[in-house]
Write a protein that binds this ligand. Structure first.
Ligand code: GLN
Length: 486
């Protein structure tokens, strides 16, 4: 059920919040053996919350709340009071934050029911969910394949119709890429649009909480709820939050779509290319003008991203020292030994690789050559986008160069894994919004996603364009592993 169906059935008295929560919980429990999407399922908490909503409802109050009785799954690096926040890491195993992230407070105030915490790559570092310290997540379209990452659990939970909406985090593509590989919508907002308070930091200048949904309208509605200034996150902006849903007019007249041709070259899977090309033609048929744009510095984006993200991560992850949070190694005799052993045992290989890379690029002697240089190229990339957006309202690209790959296919080759992020990291570096929308299936029946990127604060335009495409080319396919329809 999407949000609209839940609201209609609730209003019509066909369902109550408890029945909605029960269905999501049962689906989460039953499918977890196959998919591994959840690290924690909060049956008791979700049912208690549903009971509260039903008691307060008396008539149709909760169906009047924007997210009344909507079950939501939350990536395990976003704090929900009373639940775990392991970040997919051993070092935070057993850590239960005593507070809610701002996005969670806002979801709850809007009537949502949090059903559980989803699996992810450790500290959101990865593109396949295989870096989780607990277990991998499997793609509901083909369980031999990855769901993408790092928010793989949230993506799989929505794709398998366990919940209509989930939260993830996107530092370099971790919402858009798994959305693409799982055949759903994924949104990463303008930096500063959604509060990061309660999101465990990875790369602070890049991180945004993002939204997964089965359609654009649900994503738009959810963003209207969680977006906006938060006194607890000084990087959130005062920019007013529009009613994103009212933007879904289907109108593509006077719209200009930019195509960066140089990004459609080598390394792009033929099926993906054909689907995105077809989407461009759909836009043309809807009345949009298609223009060529150039992003001359996009070819450096992966290198720049993996310098800046690792630098920030090495600093952010210094706080996990065995004293303040979570795991502490046993039998250490000195303080230093305790720090060392805690981090050695608590962090996985990818996280260690990034801490080392980040420490290296920040160290004196290398700082100018790597970190500072990367920051300069980041500015050039931002300027590329500013120039491109003088000619168009949104840029279209594939979201990911390939469809879902096999588990284990890229685990031995970090560089091949990093290359998955080629289309997504640019938005985080420039701070601009991006969303991924399903645009067809490959010959192997795997979902393909296209990405729309826009200038800062252009979420309304991106939603409108995505929705117009969705109306013209509805993506109705369901994955083979999926909760039963109610
Ligand atoms: N795949 C990218 C990385 O490994 C992006 C991760 C993310 O967006 N959290 O860093």
């Amino acid at each position: 059920m999407n949000i609209e169906t839940i609201r209609t059935r609730l209003a019509g008295g066909e369902l109550d919040a408890r029945a909605v929560a029960e269905r999501a919980l049962t689906a989460a429990e039953e499918l977890n053996e196959t998919l591994g999407a959840f690290l924690q399922i909060d049956r008791a908490g979700a049912l208690a919350r549903a009971g509260e909503l039903d008691a307060g409802r008396q008539g149709d109050e909760s169906s009047a709340q924007p997210l009344g009785a909507v079950p939501v799954a939350v990536k395990d690096n976003i704090c929900v009071r009373g639940l775990q926040a392991s970040c997919g890491s051993r070092i935070l195993g057993g850590y239960h934050p005593p507070y809610n992230a701002t996005a969670i407070e806002r979801l709850r105030d809007a009537g949502a029911i949090i059903v559980g915490k989803t699996n992810c790559d450790e500290f959101a570092m990865g593109s396949s969910n295989e870096n989780s310290a607990y277990h991998p997540v499997r793609n509901p379209w083909d369980t031999a394949r990855v769901p993408g990452g790092s928010s793989g659990g949230s993506a799989a939970a929505v794709a398998a119709r366990i919940v209509p909406v989930a939260l993830g985090s996107d530092t370099g593509g971790s919402v858009r890429q798994p959305a693409s590989l799982c055949g759903i919508v994924g949104v990463k907002t303008t930096y500063g649009r959604v509060s990061r308070y309660g999101l465990v930091a990875f790369g602070s200048s890049l991180d945004q909480i993002g939204i997964f949904a089965t359609n654009t309208a649900d994503a738009a509605l959810t963003l209207s709820v969680i977006a906006g200034r938060d006194p607890r996150d000084a990087t959130t902006a005062d920019t007013p939050v529009p009613d994103y849903v009212s933007e879904l007019t289907g109108d593509m007249r006077d719209a200009r779509i930019g195509v960066p041709r140089e990004l459609f070259g080598a390394g792009l899977d033929a099926d993906v290319r054909a689907s995105v090309e077809a989407a461009i033609e759909t836009y043309r048929a809807l009345g949009a003008e298609v223009v060529d744009v150039e992003l001359p510095h996009a070819k450096y984006a992966i290198a720049v991203y993996y310098i800046i993200a690792t630098a920030e991560a090495s600093s952010n992850l210094a706080r996990y020292d065995g004293v303040r949070y979570g795991f502490r190694a046993e039998e250490s005799h000195t303080l230093r030994e305790m720090y060392r052993r805690t981090r050695e045992e608590g962090f996985g290989a990818e996280v260690k690789r990034r801490i080392m890379l980040g420490t290296y690029v920040l160290s004196s002697g290398y700082y100018d050559a790597y970190y500072l240089k990367a920051q300069k190229v980041r500015t050039l990339l931002k300027q590329d986008f500013a120039r491109a957006f003088e000619r168009c309202d949104a840029i279209i690209t594939p979201t990911s160069p390939t469809t879902a790959f096999l588990l284990g296919e890229k685990t031995d080759d970090p560089l091949a894994m990093y290359l998955n992020d080629i289309y997504t990291v640019t938005a985080n570096l420039a701070g601009i919004p991006g969303l991924s929308v399903p645009c067809g299936l490959s010959q192997a029946k795997l979902p393909i996603g296209m990405q729309l990127l826009g200038p800062h604060w252009s979420e309304p335009t991106l939603f409108r364009f995505a929705h117009a495409y969705e109306q013209a080319q509805p993506f109705d396919a369901r994955p083979p592993v999926s909760a039963e329809e109610q």
